[in-house]
Design a protein around this ligand. Sequence first.
Ligand SMILES: Nc1ncnc2c1ncn2[C@@H]1O[C@H](COP(=O)(O)OP(=O)(O)O)[C@@H](O)[C@H]1O
Ligand SMILES: [Mg+2]
Length: 303
Amino acid sequence: METALDRLAKSNKSLRTQIEQAKAAVLYPPRGMHCLILGETGVGKSVFANWIHEFAVDTGRLSPEAPFVVFNCADYANNPQLLISQLFGVKKGAYTGAENDRRGLVEKADGGILFLDEVHRLPAEGQEIFFTFMDKATFRRVGETEVERTAQVQIISATTENPESSLLKTFIRRIPMIIKLPSLAERGIEERYNIVIDFFREEAFRLGREIQISASAIHAFLAYHCPNNIGQLRTDIQLTCASIQRQAGHPASQRPQQWRDCQYSGRFCRRGELRNHQGRTDPDGGRGFACRGSRTSTANQIV
Ligand SMILES: Nc1ncnc2c1ncn2[C@@H]1O[C@H](COP(=O)(O)OP(=O)(O)O)[C@@H](O)[C@H]1O
Ligand SMILES: [Mg+2]
C-alpha cells in the first residue's frame, strides 16, 4: 500500500533522508520515537508533522481515530502558567480563574500525536515537565498532587531556531530523532518547478478557470529570492493569481466557496468530508473543512 510519506517522496526527492527518518520514528517499537523537526519558516515543518501522522495511520501504527493535536508554544509564551495548564490540564481551584477541572492537550493527544510548534518558545519549566513525561509517560494536572496520570503520546516538536542554544540540553537529549528540512534554495530547480506548477494548478482550481503562465513568469518564480521558502512561494502565487482575477473582472464571490486551504493539513480541501479530521484538534475551529485528497490530484481535474 502506498502511504502518505511514499506519495510525498515522489514529488520531493530532496526529502528522501527526512522521509526515511520519519518512517523509522513512527515504526519504532512499541509506540514510536519523539521527533524534532528543524528548518526555516515556510519549509514545511507543520505539513511534515501532518504527513507523519497520516503515515502512522496508513501503516496501522495509529488507529484512524488517533488524535493529532497541535499546540503553538508561541501562543502562550508570556504566560507560562496558562501555557502549562493548556498542555497538562488544571485542577479546579489551582489558581484564580481555574473554575473547573480541565483536561490538557497531553490528555487529548493520548493514543496519538502532540505537535508542539515553535517549541523554542516553551519556557524552561514546561520543558522540564515534558522531559519527565517523555521518560515515564506520567504527568499531573496543574494543582494536582496526589494523582499521577498517564498518557501514551508521540511528541513531534518543531523549531526555526538552533536547538542547542534555544532548548534545554536535558530536553533535547530525550528527543532521539532530529529531522532537518531543507530551505527552498537547497531543494534544487526541478523541485521548485514542480511546486510552482502545483500551486498554479491549485489556484486555477480555486478560481474555477484556466490560467496560462508565460515562460518568463515561470522563470521569475523559479529564480527570485524567497526567504520564507515554500510558504512565501505559495502566497506570492496566490497574490499573482488574485490580481489576474481582479484584472479579468471576476469578482471573488464567483469563486467556489466550498473549497479552501486546510490549515490543518496544508492541502486543498472541501467542506463536509470529515473523514480525516474526526477526533482531532482542528485549527480551522471545527468548521468542517477536511481533506479530500492530494492537492495535485484534485487540481489536475481542471487544468
Ligand atoms: N513539500 C511541499 N509541497 C507542497 N507544498 C508545501 C510543501 N511543504 C510545505 N508546503 C506548503 O508551504 C506552506 C508552508 O508550510 P508550513 O508547513 O506551514 O511551513 P513551516 O511550518 O515550516 O513554517 C504551506 O502552505 C504548505 O502547504
Ligand atoms: Mg509551521
